[in-house]
Design a protein around this ligand. Structure first.
Ligand code: LHQ
Length: 263
């Protein structure tokens, strides 16, 4: 199922996804989550797509679960949030982290709850200066989900992760960049152009190398140095046989721009 609430197009070797429910700051309805997952699956499977881009329309990036779909009326059984995570959110986070292509996230405004953590699941996350990150969960009696308790300590360390999760206060884009939660912050007026340029550049880059970088970085936290050195050796052996490596070295000596084909 697709919906106009998740816009999708492919051009220039990239898939461009836009959360499009601006009046609700792109709060995630069930239909949106379903569409987001199926579009990400499409992008992951499409060999012509070598980079993926995600942003939101309007003044918010995404404020997480549409809470209007998760109200609990007195006398009614509460919704099963575990099922909601298992069936909707976790597959999306897994897809973003496991697809062998770079995912660029342009955080155009407030990123709250699961919306903040979907942003953090990107490989290159760039925020507009006016954007904020809010681990809103504790405000409604929940824990950071959609990978929050995984990404936060790894990106910003244990002390800051605990503060963000428990105090549930907004973090400015500038502080997020300073803390290493995201790659960078740019003026609002430059966000679209900057992130589009980076996405186009990644889409024209050495796709296999990006996939290997993503894989090696993903497992490094659970490896010792020897295991990681072995993995680097194996990945590099394979990349050394790629057409893109040959092209990269040739272009270097010919003092010209590379023309990578992603193979
Ligand atoms: C919203 C929402 C929203 C609906 C703003 N839902 N309408 C996963 C699995 C299963 C279940 C549970 O949870 C999860 C993960 C989660 O994501 S839980 C966390 C959900 N998100 C939040 O708790 C954030 C709630 N939103 C806020 O705290 C504020 O809206 C922030 C601080 C993000 C932005 O504040 P403002 O800039 O002042 O905007 P606003 O509050 O006026 O919101 C604008 C509209 O968007 C407003 O609608 P209205 O009709 O009154 O204009 C809000 O009701 C609506 N909205 N977040 N999550």
């Amino acid at each position: 199922m697709t919906t106009d609430e998740v816009l999708y197009r492919t051009t220039g070797g990239a898939a461009w996804l836009v959360l499009n429910r601006p009046e609700k700051l792109n709060a995630l309805s069930g239909a949106m989550l379903e569409a987001l997952q199926s579009r990400l699956e499409e992008a992951a499977a499409d060999p012509a797509v070598r980079a993926v881009f995600l942003t939101g329309t309007g003044k918010g990036f995404c404020v997480g679960q549409d809470l209007a779909e998760r109200t609990v009326d007195p006398g009614e059984d509460p919704p099963d949030l575990g099922t909601s995570l298992e069936e909707r959110y976790n597959p999306i986070v897994r897809l973003m982290r496991s697809m062998p292509k770079p995912v660029v996230v342009a955080v155009n405004g407030v990123a709250a709850g699961a919306g903040a953590n979907l942003a953090l699941a990107g490989d290159i996350v760039i925020a507009a200066r006016s954007a904020t990150f809010l681990q809103a969960f504790a405000r409604i009696g929940l824990i950071p989900d959609s990978g929050g308790t995984y990404f936060l300590p790894r990106k910003v360390g244990a002390a800051r992760a605990a503060g963000l999760a428990m105090l549930a206060e907004p973090l400015s884009a500038e502080t997020a960049a300073e803390w290493g939660l995201i790659w960078s912050v740019v003026d609002d007026s430059r966000l679209a152009a900057t992130t589009a340029r980076i996405t186009r550049s990644l889409a024209a880059g050495p796709t296999q190398a990006y996939a290997a970088i993503k894989r090696a970085l993903a497992v490094s936290g659970s490896h010792d140095l020897d295991t990681q050195l072995d993995l680097e050796r194996d990945l590099q052996r394979s990349l050394g046989r790629s057409a893109d490596y040959r092209e990269g070295v040739k272009a270097f000596f010919e003092k010209r721009t590379t023309e990578f084909e992603g193979r």
